[in-house]
Design a protein around this ligand. Structure first.
Ligand SMILES: *[C@@H]1O[C@H](CO)[C@@H](O)[C@H](O)[C@H]1NC(C)=O
Ligand SMILES: *[C@@H]1O[C@H](CO)[C@@H](O)[C@H](O)[C@H]1NC(C)=O
Ligand SMILES: *[C@@H]1O[C@H](CO)[C@@H](O)[C@H](O)[C@H]1NC(C)=O
Ligand SMILES: *[C@@H]1O[C@H](CO)[C@@H](O)[C@H](O)[C@H]1NC(C)=O
Ligand SMILES: *[C@@H]1O[C@H](CO)[C@@H](O)[C@H](O)[C@H]1NC(C)=O
Ligand SMILES: *[C@@H]1O[C@H](CO)[C@@H](O)[C@H](O)[C@H]1NC(C)=O
Ligand SMILES: *[C@@H]1O[C@H](CO)[C@@H](O)[C@H](O)[C@H]1NC(C)=O
Ligand SMILES: *[C@@H]1O[C@H](CO)[C@@H](O)[C@H](O)[C@H]1NC(C)=O
Ligand SMILES: *[C@@H]1O[C@H](CO)[C@@H](O)[C@H](O)[C@H]1NC(C)=O
Ligand SMILES: *[C@@H]1O[C@H](CO)[C@@H](O)[C@H](O)[C@H]1NC(C)=O
Ligand SMILES: *[C@@H]1O[C@H](CO)[C@@H](O)[C@H](O)[C@H]1NC(C)=O
Ligand SMILES: *[C@@H]1O[C@H](CO)[C@@H](O)[C@H](O)[C@H]1NC(C)=O
Length: 744
């Protein structure tokens, strides 16, 4: 499985969520409480620390407009505002000088829905301008709901650090920011491209700027950008990612960025060869990011790379560069480079011997490399920690030199045509290993797991591995993600699997696994997803499964599982998806199923389930999809307000539809009741996808049978429908999205 994203240079909110950022508490020791003539100066008893009353009130007003679901502001009580979280005061004057309101975003890997979460809106309270002595202001990562960037920030003229990144502001950056002449860090990194600057002139009046990030701010009208940036000779770090830079005529001014260390112009399409030769004078440059620039050629890059002898990081990914890797590397200084990203180009060949000795991070994924020699040519890069080569066409055996990467922590060779094995006893530091979608047949690799005690992520899916999972797998105790789906794995799931107590996801679908699900599965108390579909698993679902309270997704379909559904299943309070179809499950569905309060999808079809469907299913208010077989149309369906998909294909329903049915179907997007023996009139409210074929409905299509404009499938075939079509069928415009209309 190829990892998406762009390595360590990913930006954006989601990427930073993944870092599980924990914002450092600003524990600031404050200050001597002797009065300085301010009337509102408050002295606090005990340890000398103080806070201006007017500033304290301003802070409380600011807090009142901030979204705070997790009570991050709980320390904001009492008189001593200098001790509040995110606040710091000058220890001689007592004024508030630092305000850090960065939203303390955390990302919980267990919570797949978290990424979709919307964050409540905040507002910038006007009292902010009373904090006149601020030198540090961070409002990043909040949701200011597309409000304009507050111009009043420009009055905080002592600011040295201003961070408004990812804060969902909208509109122009106020040119009044030119008043912030003390700034040395300015981070305006946008969120989509809601922010824009039409004239960057104001920026040239901030004389000592060292750090500037305007990524994702629309600069397409700022035609003077090049001259403005070049005039700020103090700049050390410049990020202008995806800002739609306007074209610069090739007569460029003398190079003036003598302090520049990091330059990121990724995602701009106008990086000309003139600009690259101009860059040759940036001899202080350590990190150059030109990902997704598209206009680059190897020839123009060679000139710049030949001159930049201090480079430590180089990102030329996503550029459609065509040629040999060595054409680029020959001009890169052989010492010093630690980070090289050439992902998603059309490069081939290998690494020239003796080059890149200090390399720690190498990404050559998504290129046109065919020769397995590339892996041997990397043999001397003993400092390598991170290597990605997925999505090439490398064929052959994994060479033993791979074992020389003693420091390797991350290895992704997926989606190639590799065979062979990882040399035993090597790669002890490995945390992430992805060899999926290759031609590996040997199960030895699973045996070496016992030595890979640091491994957290292992993906061997989509190979042809045909052995058994050895019990030693239980020794890889750090594993969080184990993906062995779509191989030819035989044998049983070893009992020792229950020792992998850190496991979050276990994927074993599409193999030839036999035997029972080991009861020790109940020891995997952190498990969130369990995929065992399409194997030959027999026996009962173990009772211990009920202890997996974090489980969200459980696929046991397409096996030979028998016995009753254990009552303990009701313990999976977080379960959202449960597929048990195509097994030999017998008995009644336990009433405890009503405990699965978060269930969205439930599929039980093609089993030997008997008895009534428990009414407790009626309590599952989030259910969106329900696939039952061998069931009667139960009245509790009426109470399923979230249900949008209902599949009752061939479940033996007969008779007239109940009176409540038409009203009920209004909520559905997709209804399949074909191949039953339903009689009587058609229900009156067709939905987006409706299949009522193969029944015994009679009479005309009711006039109320309005075809909605979004209709994509309507099948009424094989009934006894007669009469003329209702008027709504004749207006062709209605059928724009209709793919199938079957009325016979
Ligand atoms: C004030 O803070 C600075 C730096 O944080 C420190 O060096 C200095 O000693 C402090 N002064 C007093 C009076 O606490
Ligand atoms: C931001 O807040 C507004 C309410 O002010 C809300 O409508 C919107 O969905 C939020 N956006 C995100 C991305 O959370
Ligand atoms: C600004 O805030 C963002 C998000 O909180 C952070 O990633 C970034 O490093 C900050 N910028 C600076 C210059 O500190
Ligand atoms: C910026 O500075 C000018 C001159 O000192 C002043 O007139 C103006 O009010 C300031 N603007 C803001 C928004 O503070
Ligand atoms: C170069 O930088 C200095 C400030 O250090 C500035 O005064 C000068 O105008 C800049 N030159 C150009 C050509 O922008
Ligand atoms: C680069 O530096 C060289 C030598 O210092 C100088 O001759 C040349 O004009 C500079 N080029 C630019 C574009 O500044
Ligand atoms: C780049 O490397 C090639 C091959 O080593 C060399 O011929 C060429 O002169 C170099 N170009 C520059 C601009 O350094
Ligand atoms: C590794 O380094 C040695 C000695 O510097 C050299 O002879 C050999 O060719 C290098 N191997 C590779 C694959 O670069
Ligand atoms: C584990 O490492 C030891 C020592 O290097 C080695 O002898 C053994 O073959 C390795 N076992 C496996 C299964 O790779
Ligand atoms: C691992 O699992 C096996 C079989 O379930 C068990 O006998 C053994 O004690 C476990 N080892 C550890 C370290 O928990
Ligand atoms: C693991 O599961 C087995 C079988 O359910 C049980 O006997 C054993 O005590 C469990 N071990 C741990 C460490 O929880
Ligand atoms: C139709 O369903 C809605 C929502 O479930 C309900 O409030 C309403 O009473 C029903 N109408 C009839 C006629 O049953």
């Amino acid at each position: 499985m190829a990892a998406a994203g762009s390595g360590s240079f990913q930006d954006g909110r989601i990427a930073s969520k993944r870092l599980m950022m924990l914002v450092a508490l600003l524990l600031v020791s404050c200050c001597l409480g002797h009065g300085f003539g301010d009337e509102d100066h408050v002295e606090v008893e005990g340890i000398g620390s103080s806070c201006m009353e007017s500033e304290r009130r301003a802070l409380l007003a600011i807090k009142s407009d901030m979204y705070d679901p997790d009570n991050w502001f709980s320390s904001w009580t009492g008189k001593d505002c200098c001790g509040w979280r995110g606040v710091a005061c000058d220890n001689t004057t007592g004024h508030v000088t630092k305000l850090d309101l960065r939203y303390p975003d955390t990302y919980d890997v267990r919570d797949i829905s978290d990424i979709m979460e919307t964050m409540g809106g905040s507002k910038v309270n006007p009292s902010l301008q009373e904090l006149k002595h601020l030198t540090y202001l961070d409002l990043s990562m909040n949701n200011f709901s597309h409000a304009p960037v507050p111009t009043m920030i420009a009055s905080l003229v002592h600011l040295e650090y201003l961070n408004l990144s990812n804060a969902m502001f909208d509109g122009p950056i106020p040119p009044q920011f030119e008043n912030l002449s003390n700034l040395h860090h300015l981070d305006l990194h946008g969120w989509y491209d809601d922010l824009h600057v039409d004239d960057l002139d104001w920026l040239s009046r901030i004389p000592s700027l060292k750090y500037l990030d305007m990524s994702y701010v629309d600069l397409s009208k700022a035609t003077n950008w090049f001259y403005v940036i070049n005039s700020i000779s103090t700049l050390e770090v410049l990020h202008l990612i995806y800002v739609d830079l306007p074209y610069v005529p090739s007569r460029l001014p003398p190079f003036n960025l003598t302090a520049i260390a990091t330059l990121d112009l990724s995602g701009n399409f106008i990086i000309t060869s003139a600009m690259l030769s101009w860059l040759s004078n940036a001899t202080s440059l350590e990190n150059l990011f030109l990902s997704g620039c598209w206009s680059l050629t190897i020839e123009s890059l060679q000139v710049a790379l030949g001159a930049l002898s201090n480079l430590k990081g180089l990102d030329l990914s996503d550029n459609s560069l065509e040629g040999e890797i060595r054409e680029i590397l020959n001009n890169v200084s052989s010492r010093g480079l630690k980070h090289l990203d050439l992902r998603s180009n059309q490069l081939s060949g290998d690494i020239p011997p003796g080059s890149l000795r200090d390399l720690e991070y190498l990404d050559l994924s998504g290129n046109s490399i065919v020769d397995v020699h590339i892996l041997a040519s990397l043999g001397n890069l003993t400092n390598l920690r991170h290597l990605e080569l997925w999505g090439n066409s490398i064929s052959g055996e994994i060479p033993p030199t791979v074992g020389k990467f003693v420091r390797l922590e991350y290895l992704d060779l997926s989606s190639n045509q590799l065979s062979g094995d990882i040399p035993p006893g090597s790669l002890r530091d490995l945390e992430y290993l992805d060899l999926s979608t290759n031609l590996i047949v040997d199960a030895h690799i699973l045996a070496s797991l016992g030595n890979l005690t640091n491994l957290r992520h292992l993906d061997l899916g989509g190979n042809s591995i045909s052995g058994e999972i050895p019990p030693i797998v239980g020794d890889a105790v750090r594993l969080e993600y184990l993906y062995l789906s779509y191989n030819g794995i035989i044998g049983k799931i070893p009992q020792s699997m229950g020792n992998l107590s850190n496991l979050l996801e276990l994927h074993l679908s599409g193999n030839k696994i036999v035997g029972w699900i080991p009861p020790s599965i109940g020891n995997l108390t952190n498990l969130v997803m369990l995929y065992l579909s399409s194997n030959n698993i027999v026996g009962c679902i173990p009772k211990t499964i009920g202890t997996l309270i974090h489980m969200k997704v459980l696929y046991l379909d397409d096996n030979q599982i028998s016995g009753k559904i254990p009552e303990t299943i009701g313990g999976l309070q977080n379960l959202q998806v449960l597929y048990l179809d195509n097994n030999f499950i017998t008995g009644e569905i336990p009433a405890t199923i009503g405990g699965l309060r978060n269930l969205l999808m439930l599929s039980l079809s093609n089993n030997l389930i008997s008895g009534p469907i428990p009414e407790t299913i009626g309590g599952l208010r989030n259910l969106q999809m329900l696939i039952l077989k061998g069931a009667e149309l139960p009245a509790w369906l009426q109470t399923q307000t979230q249900l949008t998909t209902l599949d009752l294909y061939g479940v033996g329903l007969s008779g007239n539809l109940p009176v409540w049915f038409s009203n009920f179907t209004r909520r559905l997007h997709r209804l399949n009741m074909s191949s039953n023996n339903l009689q009587g009139r058609l229900p009156s409210a067709p939905q987006l996808m409706l299949d009522l074929s193969n029944n015994s409905f009679i009479g005309p299509i009711p006039p109320s049978f309005v075809i909605s404009t979004g209709l994509s499938l309507l099948s009424l075939s094989h009934n006894r429908i007669n009469g003329s079509l209702p008027p709504s069928f004749v207006i062709c415009n209605h059928f724009r999205s209709l793919t199938y209309l079957i009325i016979t």
